[in-house]
Write a protein that binds this ligand. Structure first.
Ligand code: FMN
Length: 174
């Protein structure tokens, strides 16, 4: 059976809402939920033990990943870790009004890092219903993962997460 881990960088805990839904939907153990700020220290030991990695980050600065992702992301890129054979899916919170010029761009940046390292990305969703100016998470007319906005569209969050999890389950054959 495939081993699933969740790696999430969050400041206020909003992105954890998605992580919690993943835990419930896939029956993931608590020890396999890695808060990047509190629990993470090693790419090789912690990330590469999983077959499927759910990668979460809220977006900061000008489309940046949460600060807890900065070093791991550089490490994966610089040390050329091999994620081939791994499946990854991305999620995170953002703000499409105040930061609509880079809505949830952290998902796009992390997508680039992990796919360049050989991982296969799943969990793209239609961008219908989203309103933003620009996002690095947008690829080929879709979003490369589950983006939520609890500031402006909290009423859409539960449905967005549920649809994304359905698509993950069908892509994973579960
Ligand atoms: C200084 C600052 C910069 C931000 N930059 C972005 C951004 O570039 N893109 C975006 O979508 N959201 C941006 N946000 C909004 C956060 O991502 C949003 O508040 C999110 O809900 C935080 O989620 P978390 O609680 O999981 O960390 C920014 C917020 C602050 C305070």
């Amino acid at each position: 059976m495939s081993k699933i881990g969740i790696f999430v960088g969050t400041a206020g805990g909003t992105s954890m809402k998605i992580a919690d839904a993943l835990v419930e939907a896939f029956g993931i153990d608590e020890e396999d939920v890695i808060n990047m700020e509190e629990d993470f220290d090693d790419v090789e030991d912690q990330m590469l033990q999983y077959d499927i990695l759910f990668i979460g980050s809220s977006t900061w600065g000008q489309g940046d990943v949460h600060f807890s992702w900065v070093d791991p992301q550089l490490e994966i890129e610089d040390e050329e870790f091999d994620f081939s054979g791994k499946t990854v899916a991305f999620f995170g919170a953002g703000d499409c009004k105040k930061h609509g010029e880079h809505f949830c761009s952290a998902l796009g940046k992390l997508h680039k890092t992990f796919t360049k390292a050989g991982a296969k990305a799943i969990g793209f969703i239609p961008k219908d219903g989203y309103e933003y100016e620009f996002s690095l998470a947008e690829m080929d007319g879709k979003l490369c993962g589950c983006a939520i906005d609890e500031h402006n569209e909290p009423e859409k969050t539960d449905e967005r997460i549920a649809l994304w999890i359905d698509s993950l389950k069908s892509e994973l054959g579960q």
